[in-house]
Write a protein that binds this ligand. Structure first.
Ligand code: ADP
Length: 649
């Protein structure tokens, strides 16, 4: 244990952050208090939780509290808590560095002064709220003692790139953060935070719901009164010092829904998430009966960076009768709702529940089911009441919801109506499956879709020509997860979902069918040998060359059999591992295209014409390019193309 003062440099990233923070143009600087109170409240939660197994940690004869002390002459404000505190190592790890992935990218983005305006929002996202103290202070001193330890640590910095560590002289466990305040400056958003009323109003605005008392010692004037309690005009004036509690302390989820303002919900959300933006919506829930629990849930306004990082933590704050027992409990929320934040307070779970037994706790399983149902119902309501807001939500989190169809049979029926897809119906609007079905044409039995990399590729794909001609709508599934989604979805309202690119499709209506059939028979006979030759030239790539029923204007396309893997899926598997199987496709050729007629003539004149091999190569390459794929072996394709270009000049 060192007793001397040790000076350390901030990590480069921390220093950069501090510089930006100090020079930030952000004028809402009062939120520093919200951040420090939030940290203090978390520290009290942690102490209360640790004391469940180690009762000795609880301060004797003291209530858990947050205290604001002002010294107006010295221009200091101190935020005290008697929470868990920090060891010296913890101070170095938590306060001296930012061990968050993504910080570097954020700093790059913020490199310019202009970006500094956005600073607070971004800092919130990276969980470095403590540093916001430097927006209003010239110097910050933190003294802390870890509960259960005998010594305390003092950390001190002027936000200039270095900080010092020394032994502190805190008597009890907990943390005190003393701010040496900058002069009040209205333009810069710095109020006089030594003023009792200014502090009270900031606490009320941002931290009223904190479950521990936030107290301030205040001095009150006391004028001498007579027996009837009337102030004597010439009486003496004395001063009394008393404690004033600034917050109501009522957890937000225990108050009547109508009593809580939107602003209070927003502040509460910020407290539990560290996000500096307002949430996009909140959901209240109270269950009585077999299980008793209360909950307030939030859908954030922005997707977290780790939304698709496998194993990233998620979950709700879990309370057992007002005592927080876990910060991110995933047992109360299915994985496909991992973007939801909030609190669940249950009276049925034991305080000392362990992480291992959580997953098996039947109360939590039941809560998870109900909450999921409630969230999905709320989203359905949003979808019907406020389409614009729903589409914003869908843009951020739709992909995560889709996972629910794949993995969560239980909630599938609630998720499916929430799904939105691009389609051939309207290039600017997404559609639900229900709306698709309502637009289905007479004689159309199935729901058609095409998967591919982008809207422009699938919308121009030869595979859907016949559908468009027939005025059948096609869903454009351009999100990679859609491949998996359709294998689970299978049908909707009794209509099968069918890929436009699979199988030997026939869309012709009954009356037209007979004519079309005989016409096709003719063509099949006419072109049979030509297709046989093309197939032979391409045998490395395709298993068959056949007459198409789905092409109307393009000369060729590639399809797969009904139960084969889609090319999109094949590509994804190949990206995941080079050993993924390669399947041979079917090259469909348009029997009504002039090109095919021309080829037939050439074939009849000279079956060994070398140009036929070039055309086989080109038709195959053409079909590959049409679906946005790369030509596997560009050599032969380019040679064939060059040969034909040379003939044309
Ligand atoms: P965040 O609170 O989002 O993690 P901060 O920069 O505000 O980010 O705080 C960093 C860490 O420092 C906290 O996660 C916590 O571990 C520790 N810390 C901050 N304030 C206190 C406090 N009053 N008591 C105990 N630990 C604290």
């Amino acid at each position: 244990m060192s007793t001397a003062t040790e000076t350390r440099n901030f990590e480069a990233e921390t220093k950069q952050l501090l510089d930006l923070m100090i020079h930030s143009l952000y004028t809402n600087k009062e939120i520093f208090l919200r951040e420090l109170i939030s940290n203090a409240s978390d520290a009290l939660d942690k102490l209360r939780f640790s004391a469940l197994t180690e009762p000795g940690l609880m301060p004797e004869g003291e209530e858990l509290e947050i205290r604001l002390d002002v010294d107006a002459d010295a221009r200091t404000l101190t935020i005290h808590d008697n929470g868990i505190g920090m060891s010296r190592e913890e101070v170095i790890d938590n306060i001296g560095s930012i061990a968050r992935s993504g910080t570097q990218e954020m700093l790059k983005k913020l490199g310019s002064q202009k970006g500094a305006e956005k600073m607070p929002e971004l800092i919130g996202r990276f969980g470095v709220g403590f540093y916001s103290a430097f927006m209003v202070s010239d110097q910050v001193v933190l003294e802390t003692r870890r509960a259960g330890e005998e010594t305390s640590t003092a950390w001190r910095s002027e936000g200039d790139g270095t900080y010092t560590l020394s032994d502190g002289d805190r008597r009890g466990p907990g943390t005190s953060v003393t701010l040496h305040l900058k002069a009040a400056d209205e333009d810069a958003g710095i109020e006089d935070f030594t003023n009792e009323w200014a502090l009270e109003s900031v606490v009320k605005r941002y931290s009223d719901f904190i479950g521990y008392p936030i107290r301030q010692r205040v001095r009150r004037e006391k004028r001498e009164t007579d027996e009837k309690g009337i102030i004597k005009p010439d009486g003496k004036t004395t001063y009394v010092v008393e404690d004033k509690t600034l917050n109501s302390m009522k957890p937000i989820w225990t108050r009547a829904e109508s009593e809580v303002t939107e602003e209070e919900y927003n502040e509460f959300y910020k407290h539990i998430t560290g996000d500096w933006r307002d949430p996009s919506l909140h959901i209240r829930f109270k269950a009585e009966g077999v299980s008793e629990y209360e909950s307030v849930l939030f859908v954030p306004n922005e997707a977290p960076q780790d939304l698709f990082v496998w194993g990233a933590e998620y979950g709700l704050r879990l309370y057992a009768r007002r005592v927080m027992i876990m910060e991110r409990c995933d047992a109360v929320l299915p994985h496909f709702l991992r973007f939801v934040r909030g609190v669940v307070d249950s009276s049925d779970i034991p305080l000392n529940i362990s992480r291992q037994t959580l997953q098996e706790n039947r109360h939590l399983t039941r809560i998870s089911k109900f909450l999921a149902k409630k969230v999905l119902d709320t989203l359905a309501k949003l979808q019907s009441d406020d389409e614009e807001k729903y589409l914003e939500f869908w843009g951020r989190f739709g992909r995560v919801l889709k996972e629910g169809v794949d993995f969560d049979a239980e909630h599938k029926n609630r998720i499916v109506p929430l799904l939105m897809f691009e389609s051939s119906n309207d290039p600017k609007k997404l559609t639900t499956l229900k709306d698709y079905v309502s637009r289905m044409k007479e004689g159309q039995n199935d729901i058609y879709y095409i998967t591919g990399e982008s809207r422009s590729i699938v919308a121009n794909s030869p595979l859907i020509e016949a559908f468009i001609k027939q005025d059948y709508e096609v869903l454009f599934l351009t999100d990679p997860v859609d491949e998996f989604l359709v294998t689970r979805l299978m049908d909707f309202e009794g209509k099968t979902l069918r890929s436009a690119g699979k199988g030997d499709l026939d869309l012709s209506s009954d009356e037209a069918a007979e004519d079309a059939k005989s016409e096709r028979k003719d063509q099949e006979q006419r072109y049979g040998d030509l297709f046989g030759l093309l197939g032979k030239h391409l045998e490395e790539h395709v298993k068959q060359v056949r007459l198409s029923k789905r092409l109307t204007t393009s000369p060729a396309c590639l399809t797969v059999d009904e139960y084969d893997m889609s090319p999109q899926m094949e590509r994804m598997l190949r990206m995941a591992g080079p050993d993924a199987p390669r399947q041979k496709r079917i090259l469909e050729v348009n029997g009504t295209h002039d090109l095919v007629r021309g080829l037939q003539e050439r074939f009849e004149t000279d079956k060994a014409d070398p140009l036929l091999r070039d055309y086989a190569e080109l038709l195959y390459g053409y079909a590959m390019l049409a679906e946005g794929a790369e030509i596997e072996d560009p050599g032969p394709f380019n040679k064939a193309l060059e040969g034909i270009m040379m003939r044309a000049v």
